[in-house]
Design a protein around this ligand. Structure first.
Ligand code: 6GU
Length: 239
């Protein structure tokens, strides 16, 4: 999988993706992250890529042409028209379904805006997907791009070891992960749930599933709407 990140701040992306599991995956050749500085496609002697907004108002707007040229250069390089994801708060929030859908692509272009955004005409022309990472406003799309790369990378073959594998993890079936414990067996007066020491893996699996449903109901009840899990687990007091 190849990520192409268009940004005015390449070092923001590089610092994050070249670390930990994604850093290892890049070194081992399972994926690549190429950053393209949009400034390199400036049409001006000053190398600026922003200008005042038509209609007035605060802040600056990124010009269409440098973004268009940066996307075109990637298309020429890879010899096809890849999906182009624009990271913006004006979009549906990224979820695991979308992450898996994007993971099926061989190439992904991630377009990061800054200032008050990018001239809408080039967005209309080149963007195939709009993605937000949550309902709050960031100073630019770079953290969103890094989040997307991290989440998508977990579905790229070879990126996770068997031990780290995504197959059985959180968000499968729209449920939160069950609680985990390690040694010591008692800590600050609280014991590890005895079922986990029983060695009975049928019982352990059932307990963990129930904990997932209970935790999801407590912390993210929105995930349980239209879910059959809520019918599968009963609660001591409420039956
Ligand atoms: Cl992807 N970009 C920006 N600038 N702000 C955001 C965001 C993205 N997601 C939430 N807020």
């Amino acid at each position: 999988m190849r990520f192409h990140v268009l940004t005015l701040f390449p070092e923001m992306i590089e610092g994050i993706v070249n670390t930990s599991i994604t850093g290892r995956a890049i070194k081992n050749g399972y994926m690549s992250v190429e950053t393209v500085n949009i400034r390199d496609y400036s049409t001006k002697k000053t190398m600026r890529v922003d200008d005042y907004p038509y209609g007035g108002g605060a802040g600056m707007v990124m010009e269409p042409e440098p973004v268009y040229q940066a996307v075109s250069a990637i298309e020429d390089k890879i010899g096809k028209k890849p999906r182009v994801v624009y990271l913006t708060p004006q979009a549906e929030v990224l979820n695991q379904t979308k992450v898996e859908e994007l993971a099926a692509e061989e190439d992904l272009v991630l377009l990061c805006g800054h200032y008050e955004g990018i001239d809408d005409r080039v967005l209309q022309e080149v963007v195939t997907d709009y993605v937000s990472i949550g309902d709050y406003v960031l100073t630019g799309g770079e953290l969103g791009a890094a989040v997307l790369i991290d989440a998508v990378s977990r579905f790229v073959p070879g990126v996770l070891s068997n031990e780290e594998s995504s197959q059985f993890e959180s968000m499968q079936d729209n449920l939160l992960e069950y609680p985990q414990y390690t040694r010591p067996e008692e800590w600050h007066g609280t014991k590890v749930p005895p079922v986990l020491l029983s060695g009975d893996h049928t019982k352990i699996d059932t307990w963990r599933y129930e904990q997932s449903v209970i935790r999801t109901r407590e912390r993210r009840p929105d995930l349980l709407r239209n879910s059959y899990h809520v019918l599968c687990v009963t609660y001591g007091d409420e039956g």
